[in-house]
Each structure stands twice: as structure tokens, then as C-alpha cells.
Design a protein around this ligand. Structure first.
Ligand code: ZN
Ligand code: ZN
Length: 178
């Protein structure tokens, strides 16, 4: 009897070690997290392609956005033709390519500073923006990526002007104005 107990305990130990070896936690202990470092590097190098609806104007950006915001001010409602704009902000250095003919429309905000919207002359969709107040920043309307898994907005600006049906998720900070 004692012999069998010893055997079964050893057997259990072997099974546990084998299961632990397969677990990613132990793998990261052994390999120093090389797997997650590789994943992080991959995310840094990922290229995203934004385009207008007809496909004539496109912008390619590399890496993760610096920030992502939504805004439901009345100007953004007119800009987007929808309840809010949803914009990803990249450093200008992340822009790998801008392809296709585009026009620029400059809006002067109440602050007196301009926002330039660059749009396709064929279908009219805005594919990127630049702001006087944010030098070196390249904004892309998130819808142009056509990627429902895109990073959600951290904040919704001008929440005070949002449509009444629009519930703000807990993960998004609702800011009354700006
Ligand atoms: Zn177009
Ligand atoms: Zn706005």
C-alpha cells in the first residue's frame, strides 16, 4: 500500500509539472516574457490603412495611436453627419503614405484656431485632419479604418451636447465640454 501511494503521488507531480510547462505564466518565467515583448513589438510595427468610401484617397499609418477620442459637439455632428466624431491621433512621423487626390477645408473654431479636414474630391469623405492647436499631430476618423475592433475612445468631449439616446459606457470618460 505505501508503495502505491508513493507512486501515485509521483505520478500526480509529473502531470502537474507537465501542465505547468504548458502554461504561459511559466513560459514567461523561463523565457523572460519574450513572447509578450514580441507581441508588443508587433503592435508597434502594425500598419493601418484608412480610406474614403470610394477608395481614391487613402492614408497609411504605422504603430498604435497616441490617443483616441470622440466628440459630440454640434460642429462635430455637422462634420460627421452623425452623432459624434471618433478620431485616432497619431504623430505625424507615423504617417507612412498618403495616396490620392484630396482637398482641404479649414474650419475656424470659437478659439480662433483652425482645423484642416482633408477629404476626397470624388466621394467627399474626410480621411485625415490637422489642427493648429496640435502641431505634429495627424488625426484619422476611426471609421475610415473600417475596423470594428479598433481602440475605443478614452473620452467623449462635449457630452453635454450629445444625443439623448447615446449612453456613454463606463470605460469612456464623458467630459461636459472640452
Ligand atoms: Zn473617395
Ligand atoms: Zn467636436
Amino acid at each position: 500500500m505505501p508503495k502505491r501511494n508513493t507512486w501515485s503521488r509521483r505520478n500526480w507531480t509529473r502531470a502537474a509539472i507537465s501542465a505547468a510547462r504548458k502554461s504561459s505564466t511559466l513560459c514567461h518565467d523561463w523565457c523572460g516574457g519574450a513572447e509578450s515583448q514580441q507581441e508588443r513589438k508587433k503592435a508597434e510595427m502594425v500598419s493601418r490603412h484608412a480610406s474614403c468610401r470610394c477608395g481614391s484617397l487613402a492614408a497609411t499609418v504605422t504603430g498604435a495611436p497616441v490617443s483616441v477620442h470622440a466628440c459630440s459637439c454640434l460642429a462635430c455632428q455637422r462634420d460627421s453627419g452623425s452623432a459624434f466624431t471618433y478620431t485616432a491621433f497619431f504623430p505625424e512621423s507615423a504617417v507612412a503614405a498618403i495616396e490620392g487626390d484630396h482637398r482641404k477645408w479649414r474650419r475656424i473654431a470659437d478659439s480662433g484656431r483652425w482645423t484642416d479636414s482633408f477629404f476626397c474630391p470624388t466621394c467627399g469623405a474626410t480621411v485625415f485632419r490637422r489642427w493648429e492647436a496640435l502641431p505634429g499631430v495627424f488625426g484619422v476618423p476611426v471609421g475610415c479604418f473600417a475596423d470594428p475592433s479598433f481602440v475605443p475612445p478614452a473620452k467623449l468631449y462635449f457630452s453635454s451636447q450629445r444625443h439623448s439616446w447615446l449612453a456613454v459606457p463606463e470605460s469612456v470618460e464623458a467630459v461636459d465640454t472640452q
